[in-house]
Design a protein around this ligand. Structure first.
Ligand code: PRP
Ligand code: URA
Length: 209
């Protein structure tokens, strides 16, 4: 079963409070999402493999560690996932970026795929799917389906706020995919919005309605 990691670092929680606040405007919202994505990337890469190499310091020869070159790709779920990409790239600048476009049909709340573009070597990469919100889980499950259909084998899912329903949906459909979140909220309302949540992540990021 997928493991769930809640990143309750004080800095993440502090910034998330202002992301949730309805009085936070688009510019600040965008900056905060970017900052939290960077902090989450720091945590999510904790288990990245390293290897020992030998270098010369000004004083002596030393055996020391570097990342062992694992190939990573970040995949935002369009559109709101885009808000997390640059924040992750600040720490992992060599990562490739794929895109999966999904929107929730407002009547059925079911995801509809309208775009998919991934790096060529899908099977060898580790993927981090990013989206600020995991609500019913429909979008995340569909994005992961889309990656797996194209050959992806190693996938993590990272979001700011999750509802229990969304976590369960990933655990049921993709038990091999671990979930990394900044906060696990209480529930969904009748419109499929996370409560207390932050509202519509895409609209708040891009200033649309
Ligand atoms: C939002 C959000 C997720 C999805 C979560 O996107 O960014 O992708 O809803 O809901 P779910 O877990 O119930 O599928 P939305 O469909 O509003 O599209 P947008 O990013 O274009 O605003
Ligand atoms: N999508 C959002 O942007 N917000 C929610 O609360 C649920 C889905």
């Amino acid at each position: 079963m997928s493991k769930v990691y809640v990143f309750d670092h004080p800095l993440i929680q502090h910034k998330l409070t202002y992301i949730r606040d309805k009085n936070t405007g688009t510019k600040e919202f965008r900056e905060l999402v970017d900052e939290v994505a960077t902090l989450m990337a720091f945590e999510i890469t904790r288990d990245m493999p390293v290897e020992e190499i030998e270098i010369e310091t000004p004083v002596t020869t030393a055996k020391t560690k570097v990342l062992s070159g694992k190939k990573l790709a970040i995949v935002p779920i369009l559109r709101a996932g885009i808000g997390m990409v640059d924040g992750v790239l600040k720490l992992i600048p060599a990562a490739k970026v794929g895109h999966i476009g999904l929107y929730r049909d407002p009547e059925t709340l079911k995801p509809v795929e309208y775009y998919a573009k991934l790096p060529a070597d899908v099977e060898e990469r580790e993927f981090i799917v990013v989206d600020p919100m995991l609500a019913t889980g429909g979008s995340a499950v569909e994005a992961i389906n889309s990656l797996k259909t194209r050959g992806a084998k190693n996938i993590k899912f990272m979001c700011l706020i999750a509802a229990p329903e969304g976590v369960k949906a990933i655990q049921d459909e993709h038990p091999d995919v671990d979930i990394y979140i900044a906060a696990l909220d209480e529930k969904l309302n009748d419109h499929g919005y996370i409560v207390p949540g932050l509202g519509d992540a895409g609209d708040r990021l891009f200033g649309t309605k």
